[in-house]
Design a protein around this ligand. Structure first.
Ligand SMILES: Cc1cc2nc3c(=O)[nH]c(=O)nc-3n(C[C@H](O)[C@H](O)[C@H](O)COP(=O)(O)OP(=O)(O)OC[C@H]3O[C@@H](n4cnc5c(N)ncnc54)[C@H](O)[C@@H]3O)c2cc1C
Length: 460
């Protein structure tokens, strides 16, 4: 065997998963097609839950350092620092639980360094193009040789080769809309940005883009000045001269999800498991949370702490999270489509977002903070949800924060009445009350009788 786990893809999700596995004491080997980091400025931020997941691993200071510049860039490009639902920029952030504005290449560098410090090996220039799975191992071909391990995780993006080779279904809906955009230099007059009868023209702060109904086939590669000028004319009815396009991007809003995230010894995580429109910036939140959900479970099974059945909870917990994001991005696409009926609906949604409770509803929908995993034992109150970074008060009055105690990647038990297991760290505090946290920050128990069931389920 070449490793305990082969991870295909050194995007943010593959790197995060490999780091979580290493933290759990198992050997992960990452195989990446590209010769070096991609540098493509796709995502410009990660949501609340992904931010919290990385803070639990001690990466908070780096995220905070990137955030200030990220907020400035976001406000420059969008004309508002407020988050949006379907480009209606009204979402008021929750100061207690915030995401991070960080460009994807910077995030990938941060995760690559983190994984490197934990001893993860990343082999670049190794494209996986064949896969064979048996009862006790998975073998892939990459970089001209065969690699074998007991487990494999496909983190190889939306066009995942692993997903296809391992036979996962990928049902969903085709694209309704397409978008092309970039940093643009025009010569002469530019039409007013806004919604037009056949699409939307976005323009301001050096950026310009067109969103319009999807077409039968989408060209690949960077957006050319001529292509963008034609699209602007199609939508606004006005001809323009585009001299230069840089940092261009193109994307559609097809929404598809793997039918399951595990087939035998093969897992999917990140875009390999789900694709959807980038509206609301949720892809990384979803993918990084897949990684932190799977990492500690797979490590615990490999260490022999828990039965293999624990791995089925990965798909059981994460598939509904993906479904929820597909649902809200489809709703956003419906609200972004051109036409007077949609204009009317947008006005109503925009008015609703002025109501504080509705505003919170939309913000929570995008952040996923209300997500609750289905547990196999009675779970009430906050059990099954991700825990915020609570303030802890020790018996001697010293104050610390919960996440400071979770960098080891182990579970954490606060204030047990008696010792329970040495497989989790334990801490006695006066505030908050008793709590058992899984390594991914999910509350496994919050007082009451289910402690034994919780410990047995998650820690063996
Ligand atoms: C324009 C745009 C804006 C976005 N904005 C946001 C945002 O603001 N917030 C947000 O959360 N998300 C956003 N997203 C989505 C986000 O970029 C993706 O969800 C994210 O990249 C998924 O990470 P990943 O690691 O799963 O996949 P990827 O980033 O696609 O990484 C997959 C890796 O696998 C490698 N690979 C592929 N095939 C093979 C193979 N056969 N063998 C070996 N390696 C392989 C690839 O080279 C790549 O390095 C945006 C996307 C786009 C397009």
């Amino acid at each position: 065997m070449d490793a305990d786990v082969l991870v295909v893809g050194a995007g943010p999700v593959g790197l995060c998963l490999a780091a979580e596995l290493a933290l759990g004491g198992v050997r992960a080997l990452v195989l990446e097609r590209l010769p070096g980091p991609s540098g493509e400025p796709k995502a410009r931020g990660i949501g609340v839950l992904a931010t919290e997941a990385l803070r639990r691993r001690g990466l908070g200071p780096q995220l905070d350092a990137a955030h200030e510049d990220g907020v400035r860039d976001f406000a420059r490009d969008h004309g508002s620092h407020l988050g949006h639902f379907a480009n209606i920029h009204k979402l008021v952030p929750d100061p207690g639980r915030r995401g991070t504005y960080i460009w994807q290449p910077q995030l990938e560098r941060l995760l690559a360094d983190h994984a490197g410090r934990l001893g993860v090996r990343v082999l670049r220039g190794h494209e996986v193009d064949a896969l064979e799975s048996t009862v006790d191992s998975v073998t892939v071909v990459a970089g001209g040789r065969r690699w074998r391990a007991p487990w494999l995780a496909g983190c190889d993006g939306g066009r995942s080769t692993v997903r296809k080779l391992a036979g996962f279904g990928f049902p969903g809906t085709p694209a309704l809309l397409r978008m092309i955009a970039g940093r643009v230099r025009f010569a002469g007059e530019v039409p007013a940005p806004g919604r037009y009868p056949s699409g939307t023209f976005l323009h301001g702060h050096g950026m310009a883009g067109v969103q319009e109904p999807a077409r039968d086939s989408e060209p690949e590669g960077p957006v050319t000045p001529g292509e963008l000028a034609e699209a602007i004319e199609r939508v606004t009815g006005r001809s323009v001269v585009v001299e230069e396009v840089s940092e261009s991007r193109r994307f559609g809003d097809q929404a598809r999800q793997a039918d399951t995230y595990r087939r035998g010894r093969v897992f999917l995580a990140g875009d390999a498991a789900h694709v959807h429109s980038p509206s609301g910036g949720q892809g990384l939140n979803l993918g990084l949370l897949d990684a932190v959900n799977l990492g500690w479970k797979l490590a615990a099974v490999i260490r022999g702490d828990v039965p293999e059945a624990l791995l089925d909870t990965y798909s059981r917990e994460r598939h509904p999270a993906g479904e929820a994001v597909l649902r809200n991005t489809r709703a956003q696409s419906a609200l972004l489509a051109p036409g007077p009926h949609v204009d009317a609906l947008r006005e109503i949604v925009a008015d609703l977002m002025d109501l504080p409770e509705a505003n919170r509803y939309f913000a929570d929908l995008l952040s996923g903070v209300n997500l609750r995993y289905p547990f196999p034992y009675p779970a009430a109150g906050p059990v099954g949800q991700h825990c915020a970074d609570l303030e802890l008060v020790a018996v001697d009055g010293a104050v610390s924060h919960l996440y400071e105690h979770m960098t080891t990647g182990r579970g954490l038990l606060l204030t047990p009445s008696a010792p329970v297991t040495d497989r989790v760290d334990a801490l006695t505090v006066t505030t908050p009350g008793p709590l058992l946290l899984r390594p991914d920050g999910v509350i496994a128990w919050a007082g009451g009788e289910a402690l034994d069931a919780a410990v047995k389920t998650w820690f063996g």
